[in-house]
Structures are given as C-alpha cells and as structure tokens.
Write a protein of this length. Structure first.
Length: 151
C-alpha cells in the first residue's frame, strides 16, 4: 500500500483554483498521465463518478473515481475526497486553504497496487516513485495554469 502527501502554494484565490479543479473535464490539463474522461456520471459533488484511462510506463490503466466528499469550509477553503477502483484502488483528497493571499493545495493519496506480492515489489521499486513524481508534477502544472491564467 502506497501513501503520498504533498502541498504547493498557488498565487491565486481559492475560488479560482476550486472552480478549475472541480470539473473532471479539466483534470487531464494538469494531472500527469490522465486521459480525457471516458464517462462522467452525475454532477460535481458527492456521488459523481468519473471513468478514465491513465498511462504509466506505457500501460493503460482503467480507473473509476467516485466523489465521496466535496465541501466548502467557513474559512473559504475546501475539501474534496474521491475513492478509486479499477487497475488500482484507494482514495485521494485535495484540500484548498487560503494562505498569504493565495491558496495552499494539499493532495494526499493512498493506493494499493494490483498483482499481489509481485505488484507490491513493483510498487516499491518503481510505481511509488513514479506516483510521487506524477503527484508533484500535477501540482506544479496546476500552479502554472492558475498563476498564468487571468482570474
């Protein structure tokens, strides 16, 4: 089982960042390896399901993400949580907090690689490092998009 958590400060208001990251059709613009969703069931918020393909090491992995939490906090921040199944299983959260005139975005993910013992070895040797790199690059992509795009 892998566990990742990273944060990045974005010089853009929370509302702008949340508004951009909520619609699944925008996810491939900043999330490394993600293709355009194959299917979106439901509206943004709890219960929405997104089916998509992601590419890692040239392998096409089918995943389905179901939103389990999507809220705005009294301080202006927000929280999103999704559970995913398919080629991998686990959960991912994204927290948005107002900070220094911008937004602190924190992503956390826990996943289980498929393949039993062999899968665990591959995860430890390769996939964990790639997942971590992809999460960091995805946050950097989001930062670039939000800071370079007018409000």
């Amino acid at each position: 089982m892998g566990h990742l958590k990273h944060s990045i400060h974005i010089n853009a208001p929370v509302d702008k960042v949340v508004e951009y990251t909520e619609p699944p059709r925008n996810w491939p613009t900043f999330m490394v390896g993600m293709n355009v969703p194959d299917r979106i069931i439901g509206d943004v918020g709890p219960g929405q399901q997104v089916d998509f393909t992601t590419v890692m090491l040239g392998m096409h992995l089918q995943l389905s993400v179901r939103t389990t939490e999507d809220r705005r906090d009294p301080d202006g921040g927000g929280h999103w949580r999704g559970e995913f199944t398919g080629s991998q299983s686990g959960w991912m959260t994204t927290d948005f907090k107002p900070e220094n005139g911008g937004t602190l975005v924190t992503q956390e993910m826990e996943y289980t690689a498929p393949g039993g013992l062999l899968g665990k070895m591959a995860d430890h040797l390769i996939f964990a490092k790639m997942q971590e790199r992809d999460m960091l690059h995805s946050l950097e992509n989001l930062k670039l998009l939000m800071e370079e795009t007018p409000a």
